[in-house]
Every structure is written in C-alpha cells, then in structure tokens.
Design a protein around this ligand. Structure first.
Ligand code: GLC
Ligand code: CA
Length: 619
C-alpha cells in the first residue's frame, strides 16, 4: 500500500467516509487516575489544574481521548468510586470551573474527554442514600433493602438476607439499625447498590448524564455497568449464589449480566445519546462473555460502543487473584483470540492490560530484573496489545514502562481492597499466611498502579513540590531516577518513544485500525504472533490485500519463528534455523521493532528471535 492510500484510508475511517467504522476505531484512549497524576497546590494529591498543566504532554504522545477516573464529591472510601454528589467536584481535585477549563483545554488540543460514570452504587453519604436509610419517600426504594433472613435476629452474623459476598470481602449486606433492614453493597459498605428496577432511579441517572454531556464531555467509562440488573425473582427474592473459598457468592459473579441489562442499556442510549454525535461509551464489564460482548457492542443493538472484558487479566491466578500464577502465554493467546473472534463481523473490542485496578503489566508479565529487559519487555507487551483489532487504552505511566510499587510492608498499602482482603484472608479466615498475602499484594494490589506519575527524577518525581508539607499520598517509586517522562522524552529508544510509534501506526495504517485479525501458532509457548489483513478496498481500480504480521517473543530466552508465522511472513520454515530461503527484506516494510532494524531484518532471515524481540512487518 502506498503512503497516499494509507492516508486516504486513515482519513476515511476517521471521518466515517468510505468506511463503516466510527471515529473511535482508530483512536487511542489514555486513562488518568487524577489522585496520582499531578499535584499543583502542594497537598500531595493530584488535581484538575495538574491535569490541565500536563495536557501538552498527552497531545505530544498523540492520544485522542482522555478518560478521567472519578473527581466527583466523595468521602474517598474507594478513592472516588464512592460518590456523594454526581454534579459537583471534590474540593480535593478543584471546582466545576476547573472542570470546565479542563474540558475546554482538552478540546482546544483536538482531543476528547470521557469521565467515569459510577452508577451501580453511590456513597452512603449521598443524599439519596441518607434519605433512603430513613425510609423517606420517594427514596425509600432507591437502594436494595431486605429484612434479616427469616427466623434470624437482625444485625447478628449469619442473619444476612442471602449469601452474596462483597468484592472487597465479607457479606454484601450491611445492617442499618436506623431502618431495621439490610442494604446491599457489591463493594464496600460505604458503596450501597442503587435499585435500577425503580424507574425514578434510572431517570435521575439519565438526567445527571445529560447534564454532563451538555457541559461538554464526550462520553463515559461506565463503572461495573454490567452489575446494574440484579437477579431478582418475581416475588422480590434475591436467591443465594454458589459460594467461593470464603463461603460467599461473590456479588460481581452473581450480578453479572442480569436479566434486564440490555433493556437498561438501550434505555440509557435512547435517553442520553440519541441525537448526539462524536461521543464514546465504554462499559466496565465483569462477567461478560465474548459472545455477549458482541451483542452489547453491535451498533444495531443501541447499547454501548465497547466494553472492558476481564478474562485475559484474570486467568493467571488460582481461585482468586490472591493466588497469582506465572504467565502462560498459551491460554493468554486463546482468551485474546476468543475476544477478537467474537467481534469479527460486528461489535468492537477494547484493548487493555493496565488500569487503576491492575498491577503494572511490565512487572506482571514482563521482566524488570535489568533496565534493558524492562525496556524490551514493556515494548514487546505494548506491541502485542496495540496491534490487536480494537481501541487501545493506555493507563498513565504505562507509556513510560512504570513498574509495580515494590512495597515490602503491609502498612505501605492504602487501597481498601488490599486492606480489607488482608484482614479477611490472613486474620479472619486464615486462607493465606501473612507472608503469602504480602507476596500476593506485591504482585496484585491495586496500589501498584496508583503510585504517583513519574514526570522527572526529582525527589517526588515532579508529581508534587519538593517541600516537607507536600508528601505524596502514596510514595513515589524510587525508580523514577531512571523511569521518568523527562528522560524518556530525550531518548529515541525509550518506552515512551515506542508508544508514540504505536499510536502513530494506529492513526496512519488502516490495516492496524481496520484490518481483520488471525492468531498464528496458538500453541507456541514463547512466541505471540498474529496476522492483520485488510482486503478489498478499491482505490484507482486496484483491489489489493494488505497484511501486517506481528511477532513477539514474550520470554527472556531466544525463540524460533514458528511455522504458521514463518509462512505468513513468506519465509520457508524448513530452512530454519540456519537461513530462510527466498525472502527479501525491505526495511521499509518493518513497521516497528523493539530491536535495531538491521538486527530484526536479520532475524527475519535466521528465524531466530532475540529475548523479548518483537516487531510488525507489512506485506
Ligand atoms: C470498578 C473500579 C474500581 C472500583 C469498583 C467499585 O471495578 O474500576 O476501582 O473499586 O468498580 O466502584
Ligand atoms: Ca492537590
């Protein structure tokens, strides 16, 4: 394909011209966790002014959309995912006027901004819940209230209405002496679940969403949206679920993909988005299968644009994430393939390894034992993810190859999930020993993703001012000395530079943004490889098939280019490992590589991949 053709196609995808694909089909989204991004007033907590001050960095990176984790008024029990006023900003982050400025500043730079929508639950300090707890009309029925189990004394352990368990440990029911009943909370007891069966609740949510859309935002990332429809029986009963190792049926599993989910999502689409253009809706979707993802994201069904599925970040554990297993790439490939296959014809995929709930991918599946391996493995993992078909999401610092926090003592952790699960697993139920849990937290705690953004090598990494009054709320990782934005901006071989190339490829290469996806050599234990192909677009009467072959050695050992991959590259696998026959390497066609180009060109002839070697080759 010529550069001209590429440009034409990229343009047509963007403007929805010749292609069916909407604007976000070649967009890249960047997630900001505001608490840890940039502090400007010296309180050690990131804020909206801080985000505004870093927008040029994001524009330079090339991302199209910014997703902001919650900045609403909140008691911060779950760091903002517990909202007490949907239509105000927490003073810790700034004001509504700062938010207006941010929206404007993002748009001025040609980017869009979506915000977190957390409506499976509110904070227990939200006015709706305070009224509901008192039984005040019309709010009495806005949450899930149930009496104690029949024949049991209210308020004592074992009397909860059913066996549902909170995702943060323990029962999902909390007793309210004030009301004499229990309320449901899928997460902490300070996050009561809203009752979506009540049409007034839904209307209040849609009104609030419209208020934000009218204020200028470009859409929403919808927190655990697939839990909003509870499996309620005709008589109002909420049936027990299958208990896990802690004796509870995890609320996230029980409630996933409930009976009225499609209906609620269609109603929301109609009430909030009909008649609007240029927006994006992405739903966090625990418990959704690839087939259901297809249905929910099929434009014909008028529900959501895309979902975050979790199978590919949950398979490397036994029982729960607190029993982590080392990476086995064969099941990873199988899961990613099933997610890709399901949306082949219609529907869409989102692509992510990281967010504010996941450990850093380079620590999880890469290699951080040396600086060279960290850089190579971060790039290899990035290449694999970004070359899939779908919309890639970058979580702040991922583009620098930021690592896990490296905490070694329990008192360093701040996240409610880590604190509660430690208490439950180690102290109450003895499911893990202290040492096991400390090891698991080091690998999986959400705090790993939440240490402050590493802007430079100074004491607090440029996140906040260097004076005693402004100690960051969570310690800056000491490796900011080498892993930081300033140094990486100067280094053409940095992880950051590599991400810029990946984003550029998605913007300019239609095979990457629109092409089909086929897994190659699914059983190979070292190499993750696949082919992208775009067929049948007609330009000046020539129809041609363009292909991009992506190859990544996801180990620190050398590996051989496996047979299907070799064939896709036009190599003769029989001639390996000595020399491949008949291939002429045009370095122009090497779209990207994490090794020097001449070295990867010779890899294409020998069939022998260096540790973590990863590249994309266009044919
Ligand atoms: C989502 C959020 C997570 C939060 C939970 C409850 O999973 O990503 O951070 O704790 O929902 O709102
Ligand atoms: Ca601040």
């Amino acid at each position: 394909m010529t550069a001209e053709q590429r440009e034409f196609l990229a343009g047509s995808i963007r403007t929805n011209g010749a292609s069916e694909n909407p604007w976000w089909a070649n967009a890249v989204v960047y997630q900001i966790y505001p608490r840890s991004f940039q502090d400007t007033n010296g309180d050690g907590i990131g804020d909206l002014r801080g985000i505004i001050s870093r927008l040029d960095y994001l524009a330079d990176l090339g991302v199209d959309v910014i997703w902001l984790s919650p900045v609403y008024k909140s008691p911060q029990n779950d760091y903002g995912y517990d909202i007490s006023d949907y239509q105000d900003i927490d003073p810790m982050f700034g004001t509504l006027y700062d938010m207006d400025d941010l929206i404007q500043a993002v748009h001025q730079r040609g980017m869009r901004i979506i915000i977190d929508l957390v409506v499976n639950h509110t904070s227990d300090e939200h006015a709706w819940f305070e009224a509901s707890r008192k039984g005040t009309m019309p709010y009495a029925d806005w949450y899930w209230w149930r009496p104690a189990k029949e024949g049991h004394t209210p308020g004592v352990p074992g009397s909860e209405p059913n066996n549902w368990g909170s995702d943060f440990g323990g029962s999902a029911w909390e007793y309210s002496p004030e009301r004499g009943e229990y309320y449901l909370h899928s997460f902490s007891e300070k996050q009561p679940d809203l009752n979506w069966e009540n049409p007034a609740v839904r209307q209040a949510v849609y009104d609030m969403m419209n208020w934000w859309m009218n204020r200028g935002i470009d859409g929403f990332r919808m927190d655990v949206i697939t839990l909003i429809s509870k499996p309620v029986e005709a008589d109002g009963e909420l049936p027990d679920g299958v208990p896990g190792e802690d004796g509870y049926a995890n609320a996230q599993i029980v409630m996933a993909d409930g009976p009225r989910l499609d209906e609620f999502l269609k109603e929301m689409r109609q009430q909030v988005f009909e008649g609007r253009e240029g927006f994006l809706t992405v739903g966090e979707a625990p418990g959704i299968t690839p087939a259901r993802n297809q249905a929910i994201t099929d434009p014909a069904n008028n529900e959501l644009d895309m979902l975050f599925l979790f199978h590919h970040v949950e398979f490397d554990a036994r029982g729960s994430k607190w029993n982590p297993l080392p990476l086995d790439i064969v099941p990873l490939k199988r899961i990613m393939a099933s997610e890709q296959e399901a949306v082949k014809e219609s529907g869409w995929a989102s692509l992510f390894f990281n967010n504010h709930d996941q450990p850093r991918v380079v620590s999880r599946w890469g290699d951080t034992t040396t600086e060279q391996l960290r850089s190579l493995s971060a790039k290899a993992l990035a290449l694999v993810l970004h070359m899939h078909r779908g919309t890639p999401y970058i979580y702040q610092g991922e583009e620098l190859g930021m690592t896990n926090a490296g905490f070694t003592a329990f008192d360093q952790y701040r996240d409610i999930e880590s604190l509660d699960l430690y208490k439950l697993r180690v102290l109450a139920m003895k499911l893990s020993t202290h040492d096991q849990m400390l090891d698991a937290l080091g690998r999986r705690s959400r705090d790993n993703a939440r240490t402050p953004m590493q802007w430079d090598s100074s004491t607090f990494g440029g996140f906040t001012e260097e004076d005693a009054a402004s100690v960051p709320w969570l310690p800056v990782n000491p490796n900011k000395r080498i892993i930081n934005a300033v140094d990486e901006q100067r280094d053409p071989n940095s992880v950051l530079a590599f991400y810029k190339e990946l984003i550029h490829l998605r913007h300019t290469n239609p095979v990457v943004s629109a092409g089909g996806w086929t897994l190659l050599d699914g059983d190979d234990e070292r190499v993750y490889s696949f082919e992208r192909s775009l067929e049948g677009f007609d330009l000046s009467d020539t129809t041609e098939l363009s292909r991009v072959v992506v190859v990544a050695n996801l180990t620190g050992h050398t590996a051989h280019i496996p047979p299907q991959t070799a064939a896709a590259l036009g190599l003769d696998p029989v001639a390996f490992p000595v020399e491949a026959s008949g291939m002429s390497i045009d370095e122009e066609n090497l779209l990207i590589s994490n090794y020097p180009r001449p070295q990867t060109a010779s890899t294409l002839l020998t069939g022998r991949l260096a540790p973590w070697e990863a590249f994309a080759y266009q044919l």
